[in-house]
Design a protein around this ligand. Structure first.
Ligand SMILES: NC(=O)c1ccc[n+]([C@@H]2O[C@H](COP(=O)([O-])OP(=O)(O)OC[C@H]3O[C@@H](n4cnc5c(N)ncnc54)[C@H](O)[C@@H]3O)[C@@H](O)[C@H]2O)c1
Length: 312
């Protein structure tokens, strides 16, 4: 298949592109390199630097290549940026996605896989429950609103055109190549800082000094598997969760990373961050990966090994 991976210079998209190449597909990556890095794009993929807000450029690419499928990972991914710049967030995430979908249906793309967020669209997930696919959505940030809007657009295009669509709602994804310099991606940030002997801080869930927010950390390898299974039609559902169902506080995460690294770091405390959802844990959809999710310790071992290799 000829597959387009949007955002393929980023953390998740580059792993998805790797997997499609390994499975023998012809892969094109587009990315504007706003947060992605050229060196993340696998050597076997064609790379086109392109901003998905540029509708003419998107149209020209699709007309020239005639893709069979698209894995759409490109996005403005920061919740806090979305609260500061909701218009830019919607321009990239909503309008950019519509540009891609318009070009896709016009040129006969058969299948679109969309990277959505299970971590943001349900809002607060009350103790001790897991958000299921039936849980009502309560997006609390412009980022969550824009992802949910994209899901609705995708449903509309799949309904009106000969387009299959699969929505993958990711929990909190971590693994090799995650950017340790952003404001999100706590696994990458903690790993990098602990390796450098720098202190880390646990932002409060409610009160400074508590164990921090509760998250569902899913290994990037599982997310990649779901992308591959979706495009090879091993996922029959229109929407799935890529998640583990295991809840982990920020403090526990810090301690598990310390253990994986074999170091004892300095773990401090910090106030609650505005806009942080306190608790988000998802019911994993078995069909997404077909296997049990990677355990946190296993995923952290692979992540730590990559960060170590990179700094050698
Ligand atoms: N990392 C997570 O925990 C997580 C959780 C839920 C959903 N997601 C979604 O998964 C996808 C991949 O996220 P990631 O963590 O790999 O982030 P990332 O920032 O590493 O990747 C996003 C990529 O999109 C590119 N991009 C941004 N704006 C663009 C534009 N206008 N035109 C073209 N390319 C553009 C960036 O340069 C980057 O390479 C995103 O859609 C994100 O919303 C991620």
């Amino acid at each position: 298949m000829k597959i387009l991976v949007t955002g393929g210079a980023g953390f998740i998209g580059s792993h998805v592109a790797d997997a499609f190449l390994a499975a023998g597909h012809d892969v094109t990556v587009i990315d504007d390199l706003s947060s992605g890095r050229r060196e993340n794009v696998p050597a076997g993929a064609r790379f086109v630097q392109l901003d998905i807000r540029d509708q003419a450029a998107v149209d020209a690419l699709f007309a020239a290549t005639r893709f069979d499928a698209m894995s759409h990972q490109a996005a403005q991914t920061s919740v806090s940026v979305s609260t500061r710049e909701p218009v830019r967030d919607a321009q990239i995430n909503v309008l950019g996605t519509i540009h891609l979908l318009e070009a896709a249906v016009r040129t006969g793309v058969a299948h679109v896989v969309f990277a959505s967020t299970g971590g943001a669209i349900y809002g607060e997930v009350p103790e001790p429950t897991l958000a299921s696919l039936e849980t009502p959505q309560r997006p609390l940030s412009p980022y969550a609103c824009s992802k949910l809007a994209c899901e609705a657009y995708l449903r509309r295009y799949a309904h009106d055109f000969a387009l299959e669509a699969t929505v993958l709602r990711y929990a909190n994804v971590y693994g090799p190549r995650q950017d340790p310099h952003g404001e999100a991606g706590v696994v990458a940030i903690f790993t990098q800082r602990l390796m450098a002997g720098e202190p880390i801080r646990v932002n409060a869930r409610k009160v400074e000094g508590d164990a921090g927010c509760v998250r569902d950390y899913v290994y990037v390898g599982d997310v990649v598997k779901a992308n591959l299974r979706a495009l090879t039609r091993q996922i029959g559902l229109p929407v799935v969760h890529c998640a583990t169902g295991v809840e982990t506080t920020t403090r526990t995460l810090a301690e598990r990373i310390e253990r994986a690294l074999g170091v004892k770091g300095s773990i401090g405390v910090a106030p609650r961050r505005d806009g942080d959802v306190e608790r988000s844990v998802l019911e994993p959809t078995r069909e997404a990966t077909g296997t049990a999710p990677t355990s946190l310790d296993e995923g952290l071992a692979a992540t730590v090994a990559w960060f170590r290799e990179r700094t050698r």
